[in-house]
Design a protein around this ligand. Sequence first.
Ligand SMILES: [Zn+2]
Length: 89
Amino acid sequence: MDIKNAPSFCNACGRETDHDILWLEEVGVELPDGAVQEKKVIAVRCRGCKECAIREETWYYDLGEDGERTALEYYPPRLWVDRLHGSTH
Ligand SMILES: [Zn+2]
């Protein structure tokens, strides 16, 4: 199986780096209006420092249209998000 690259922000490197996708799970839910909301949980590992993280993406697909990513979260939370937004979580 090919290991795909998912550029992600790395806490240890302090910047966006290439990440290997270790594991990926997609769960789609059909909404009442026919659109599909899909949640992707992706385990990634930094190619620089080998630190692992989880990306959780939410995608929204209108009928017959390209998907749109409506949310992206990292676990553990990325430190730069806190710096940029002054968030406390
Ligand atoms: Zn790294």
